[in-house]
Design a binder for this molecule. Structure first.
Ligand code: SF4
Ligand code: SF4
Length: 399
């Protein structure tokens, strides 16, 4: 994992402590959304569709820091919306660093280059730049021309100034595996520390609904992209999570591993679903019916069936590594990481049937897109109907 030794040691000793104390519901990465307002309107975004009076709300620095303190997770991912718009973002970052937390500052980087002077390079701070592929794919995904070049320039500047920089990339059914691999080369060339990958989650509120990946397609796509992984590629994930994406390990999700705090309070049960809010982290842990979520639980929630995102499953992978069998799985995953991918004929066929990027889709602002709630739900239902959902597999549990 391409992170500073101090970060790896902090996280490892934290997890060990939780395991030794027998604590089941422990957080690994707190997801802090200090606002939902953004200066982009990406087609797969599930965060910016709130009415204006909600988009105007901000989590104060005082509340954000108190929430992080109560939660106690060693890492905080500052997401949004666009955190650089938040008027107290410096105080939040400085306060979290003082608390000893490692920060992943998610940004679309439109404002990053100018904002860099507000921050000091620190091993506890990494800018996690939203990059959804090479120029054409990224600009299409964020629905604005020129954003790739702006983000790339900000990444270069941040790297030059000595900041840690990672990328976070969401992949949809329009991903062309060969071009994604070229994108990895490009990110490594500009000096990115590590790349984070996620299959797009089918947010009910996302403006475009026919782009999300089903579970079978996710595995086939990642097998294709990550097979024969180049030596120089660095990912900001555990080897076990990468094996999960390729379908080599079957993990259940750990929603409490990435608890989410935003303008409404603590969000139940995870970063992706919003089934209610509570005021304290303790209430979140004590009152959420965790067994309802994931794929193996009682009354499995259908919104979980196709979910393979890192904020639900990386914590399971990390937790698993701290058990004897999990360590074996991790070592096997690390050993297999660069192996040649062998896709079944069905997987090849499934990939070939996708609208791999050729300008095959357009942004939600296009007049041909459904605009009302009913049309959106209809589009979503039909896109879900196309994805294959297997519920019979028994995932490796979250404990
Ligand atoms: S940059 Fe992030 S928060 Fe902003 S619209 Fe895009 S996905 Fe949503
Ligand atoms: S499977 Fe995904 S959507 Fe369901 S609880 Fe876990 S992280 Fe949330």
């Amino acid at each position: 994992m391409p992170v500073p030794v101090s970060q790896a040691a902090t996280v490892a000793s934290y997890v060990l402590k939780q395991k030794l104390s027998g604590r089941k519901h422990y957080p690994l990465v707190m997801m802090l959304e200090p606002l939902f307002r953004c200066n982009l309107a990406c087609e797969g975004c599930g965060k910016i569709q709130f009415p204006d009076h909600i988009l105007k709300k901000r989590v104060s620095a005082e509340k954000a820091l108190a929430a992080a303190e109560e939660c106690g997770a060693p890492m905080v991912s500052i997401a949004g919306g666009e955190p650089l718009i938040h008027p107290e973002i410096q105080e939040i970052v400085e306060g979290l660093i003082k608390q000893g937390r490692y920060i992943y500052f998610c940004t679309n980087a439109l404002l990053l280059e100018r904002a860099l002077k507000k921050f000091k390079p620190n091993k506890q701070l990494s800018f996690s730049v939203h990059m959804d592929g090479l120029k054409e794919e990224h600009d299409q995904s964020v629905c604005r021309d020129g954003t790739y070049e702006i983000a790339l320039s900000a990444i270069r500047k941040a790297v030059d100034m000595g900041f840690r920089v990672t990328t976070n990339t969401t992949l949809f059914n329009t991903a062309n595996p060969e071009r994604v691999r070229q994108f990895f080369d490009e990110m490594m060339e500009v000096g990115v520390e590590g790349m984070m990958l996620s299959p797009g989650y089918a947010y009910e509120k996302a403006p475009k609904q026919d782009i999300f990946l089903g579970r079978t397609l996710t595995k086939a796509l990642f097998k294709k992209i990550l097979g024969d992984a180049k030596k120089g590629w660095r990912f900001n994930h555990s080897a076990s999570f990468m094996a999960f994406l390729r379908g080599d390990i079957n993990y259940e999700c750990t929603p409490w591993g990435n608890p989410t705090y935003n303008v409404f309070g603590w969000q139940k049960p995870c970063y992706l679903l919003a089934d209610g809010y509570v005021k304290t982290f303790k209430e979140l842990i004590d009152t959420t019916e965790w067994e309802k979520y994931g794929r193996a639980g009682k009354g499995t929630d259908e919104r979980c069936l196709n979910c393979m995102v890192h904020c639900g499953h990386e914590a399971t992978a990390v937790n698993d590594t701290f058990s004897p069998m999990g360590l074996v799985r991790f070592l096997k995953a690390a050993g297999n990481f660069r192996r040649t991918a062998v896709l079944s004929a069905e997987e090849e066929e499934l990939l070939a049937s996708q609208p791999a990027y050729e300008g095959a889709h357009s942004c939600a602002s296009s007049s041909s897109e459904p605009s009302g709630r009913d049309e959106l739900m209809e589009a979503m239902a039909s896109s879900r109907g196309q994805s294959e959902v297997k519920t019979g597999e028994e995932p490796i549990s979250r404990n």
